[in-house]
Design a protein around this ligand. Structure first.
Ligand SMILES: Cc1cc2nc3c(=O)[nH]c(=O)nc-3n(C[C@H](O)[C@H](O)[C@H](O)COP(=O)(O)OP(=O)(O)OC[C@H]3O[C@@H](n4cnc5c(N)ncnc54)[C@H](O)[C@@H]3O)c2cc1C
Length: 575
């Protein structure tokens, strides 16, 4: 059995920020990061638009309080306000720290870090590196992991969290190149496994965003928080779903329907295209439903609307959002300098996740914490985004809470012994599980089943939701779970067997999907990204609380936990 003082699953911004902080605080600690991708291929690298902080470089009126208010209002009052306060107060400091680590942010004429407008933010506070912000940040962080001597297991797949008697003791993983299984024990385990966009058939997320960390936690008996809140980004490029960053609207692009109308006038007359994502995605979906979407040939009644950049001019497009121009050009042959881009909502971000407190410690219930277990980033829910995340707050969360979790792990492991457990059991189980999948007799192919599952989720639990449809979705999911037991893998090889990984990932996606559907069915109100046609109003009397969903193969148990409201009283949300 291998051992490391700390094992972090995930090499994206959250995992890397935590690993770096632990090493900065105590260089003697043995810290390892495991990732199923190469760390710089984590989805963080694809982040485009930027990271929010009230640096006041462009807008001297800005403050952390204004940032906190925008975040809480954006969250439809479901965010925990103590966590938001930490996020927004720490923000300017982490930007300066990133800059000192070597991150190349875009600049103003006077040499200061540039800041742009973003949806739901009342001031220009989003720092950026053109439209490749995640790339700039992750490359520097991963460089620094090497500099500080963090051990990196790249292209290892983690398949189980070892959790015994309320204590996380280690992980089970295998090396993708040769299927060698290893058990690691550690004094602290941290999950930073990212999002689950692949639950849906159209997503901006990479192929690796399959909610593995959430699946592993659910199976181990750890609840998942607020899973009904899925962010659909308004501007996924049609038909592929890849993201056209909100930065494009931040820089002035317009949304238009088949009649050429800037329809946001009717949905958010003040903020227009820069309304928060839940509102803008619903507006686009309603326009398409009303027959004002557009077809490929430009006629009305089609499946997308236009994102129009033409009035911005070539120079601005090419200097501020060159990557978005390139995406549209390369993927759908649209030259945005001369033509509008076809867009529609795409599954983008998970507001919910593994419940943690502001030290990054995982909760088993309200105040009951799991020993030795931490989480941060998109896989976690410290609840700074509540029911709807504002753009450019996620990179911020990864860095702020990654760092704080690193700090708390560094002190947690001090004087702590390595846990004891029977390694053999875990080894045998892991071997049998992989062998079982490889030898399973059946006729169903992974990609076929995954597509059915993704269509089921998109159809039954998308931008708008209703009880009957969700119930049908859950029934359909039960059938698909049975089909999973009849999956047949063509590839039996032990070298780089991606089909085997996809089978394990699909298992996790299905658990996550069931948690989303069940949590959504139980929340009989509309709040942020969770929009019920049968319960269109927000209901603070009954639902100003976080969902905690506990998984078991027999069914899912739903509990609720209070929201921390200590600064901003819930009000009606208007833009
Ligand atoms: C296209 C796109 C653009 C975005 N733009 C912005 C933006 O401009 N601003 C903003 O604030 N947010 C943005 N976001 C959101 C933000 O990028 C993410 O929420 C954030 O980067 C997530 O970081 P993370 O560290 O939590 O996870 P990730 O970066 O997703 O990393 C997850 C890590 O976990 C590893 N992993 C997962 N499962 C396993 C397993 N079973 N075994 C081993 N390793 C595993 C992966 O290999 C990876 O290293 C964007 C998201 C997308 C998809």
């Amino acid at each position: 059995m291998r051992e490391h003082d700390v094992i972090i699953v995930g090499g994206g911004l959250a995992g890397s920020s935590a690993a770096l902080e632990i090493k900065r605080r105590n260089p003697n600690l043995d810290v390892a990061v495991v990732a199923k991708t190469h760390p710089i291929r984590s989805h963080s690298v694809a982040a485009q638009g930027g990271i929010a902080a009230s640096l006041k470089n462009v807008d001297p009126e800005d403050s952390w309080e204004a940032h906190a208010f925008d975040t809480v209002k954006g969250s439809d009052y479901l965010a925990d306000q103590d966590a938001v306060e930490i996020l927004t107060k720490e923000a300017p400091g982490v930007i300066i720290d990133l800059e000192h680590l070597g991150v190349l942010f875009s600049r103003l004429e006077n040499g200061r870090i540039a800041q742009r407008a973003f949806g739901g933010h009342s001031h220009k506070r989003t720092c950026y590196a053109a439209d490749k912000t995640g790339h700039a940040m992750l490359h520097e962080l991963v460089n620094n992991l090497r500099r500080y001597g963090v051990k990196i297991y790249q292209e290892w797949y983690v398949m189980q969290l070892i959790l015994e008697e309320g204590e996380a003791k280690g992980i089970v993983m295998y090396q993708i190149i040769d299927r060698k299984i290893e058990i690691i024990r550690s004094k602290a385990v941290m999950f930073a496994t990212g999002g689950y966009g692949r639950v849906f058939n159209t997503t901006s997320n990479d192929f690796a965003s399959t909610g593995d960390g959430l699946g592993m936690c659910a199976v181990a008996g750890i609840p998942l928080e607020d899973m009904e809140f899925v962010q659909f980004h308004p501007t996924g490029l049609y038909p592929v779903g890849v993201l056209i960053s909100e930065a494009v609207r931040g820089e002035g692009a317009h949304l238009r329907n088949s009649e050429g109308e800037r329809f946001m006038e009717r949905y958010a007359p003040n903020q227009m295209e820069l309304a928060p994502r839940d509102i803008t995605s619903r507006a686009i979906t309603l326009e398409i439903r009303a027959g004002r979407g557009i077809h490929q040939d430009g006629s009305a009644g089609g499946p997308f609307v236009y994102l129009d950049l033409r009035h911005m001019g070539k120079e601005m497009i090419m200097s501020r959002v060159p990557f978005c121009w390139e995406e549209a050009h390369r993927l759908v042959g649209v030259d945005a300098v001369y033509e509008p881009m076809p867009v529609r909502p795409t599954a983008h971000y998970s507001m919910g996740g593994i419940p943690v407190n502001t030290d990054g410690r995982v909760r088993l219930s309200g105040d009951n914490l799991v020993e030795g277990f931490f989480a941060a980033g998109e896989s976690a829910c410290v609840s700074v985004h509540g029911a709807n995340r504002l753009g450019s707050n996620s990179l911020l969360e990864c860095v702020v809470y990654g760092k704080l979790t690193g700090k708390s792990i560094a002190s947690y492991v001090e004087g702590r012994k390595f846990p004891e457990f029977d390694e053999n059991n875990y080894l045998i189980n892991a071997k049998n599980r992989l062998k079982g999948l490889l030898e399973q007799k059946g006729a169903i192919r992974i990609n076929e089943l995954r597509e059915k599952f993704q269509n089921c989720m998109t159809e039954h639990c998308g931008v708008f939701r209703v009880e009957e449809t969700m119930k049908r979705g859950l029934e359909r999911l039960q059938e698909l779970k049975q089909e999973y037991l009849q999956v047949y893998l063509d590839d039996k090889d032990s070298c780089w067997n991606t089909e085997l990984i996809e089978a394990l990932e699909l298992g996790n996606l299905m658990i996550v999907g069931e948690m989303i559907l069940t949590s959504a069915l139980n929340r009989k109100e509309s709040r942020g990204a969770h929009s019920r046609e049968d319960f269109p109003a927000r209901d603070d009397a009954n639902y100003l609380s976080h969902t905690l969903a506990y998984y078991s193969p027999a069914g899912i148990d739903i509990h609720y936990m209070p929201v921390v409201v200590n600064r901003f009283k819930p009000k009606e949300r208007k833009y």
